[in-house]
Design a protein around this ligand. Structure first.
Ligand SMILES: [Zn+2]
Length: 191
């Protein structure tokens, strides 16, 4: 673990504690300059997305992070009401992602300002697809939702027989997704 004071990689852990969200806090000491610093380690189950020199990913600590692609420094954080295992989708300067708090969020890529949020009936662990100005996103409630990227307004929803935890795909005419009901669906994109 790199020392933030002198940059050396030689550090040792002097204390470890666990927090309520399943994370680990480690107190570390640099073996070169002897400065002490803390690291907060929480699981990242979300796949990262890269855009505009930033890497975005969700964490089980309820936060979506945007870090500098070169330095790894945190540029902004966006806090939700539960774990984020959903991977972010990015288009037109907006990042869209789901949270286990049941919502689909859209935030401004540059400022992290919330554009909109959409409430589903259960956890959103799948990854949204942004396609032609629309957001397609499944939920554990069994629905595939089609929302307007600009406003978050619901265009339509389709009920499958089980939780949807994957990412949809689309072409010019159809949107495709899998459900825990053992089925792959193809829907007309313009329902
Ligand atoms: Zn040091």
């Amino acid at each position: 673990m790199r020392c933030p004071y002198c940059g050396t990689e030689d550090t040792k852990v002097v204390d470890t504690t666990h927090d309520v969200r399943g994370g680990v806090r480690r107190r570390r000491e640099c073996l070169k300059c002897r400065q002490r610093f803390s690291t907060y380690e929480r699981a990242v189950l979300s796949s990262p997305a890269e855009a505009d020199g930033m890497v975005l990913f969700g964490s089980v600590d309820w936060v979506l992070y945007a870090v500098d692609s070169t330095s790894g420094w945190v540029i902004w954080r966006f806090r939700t009401g539960h774990s984020i295992v959903s991977s972010p989708a990015i288009a037109e300067g907006v990042v869209v992602f789901g949270s286990a708090d049941g919502r689909i969020y859209a935030a401004d890529l540059r400022s992290s300002r919330e554009r909109w949020r959409f409430e589903t009936e259960d956890q959103v662990t799948g990854t949204p697809l942004i396609h032609k100005g629309l957001v397609y996103c499944g939920s554990v409630d069994g629905y595939l939702y089609c929302l307007e990227l600009a406003s978050g307004r619901l265009r339509w929803k389709f009920k499958s027989g089980g939780p949807i935890t994957g990412a949809p795909a689309a072409n010019e005419t159809s949107v495709f997704f899998g459900s825990s009901d053992h089925t792959i669906y193809a829907l007309s994109a313009n329902v």
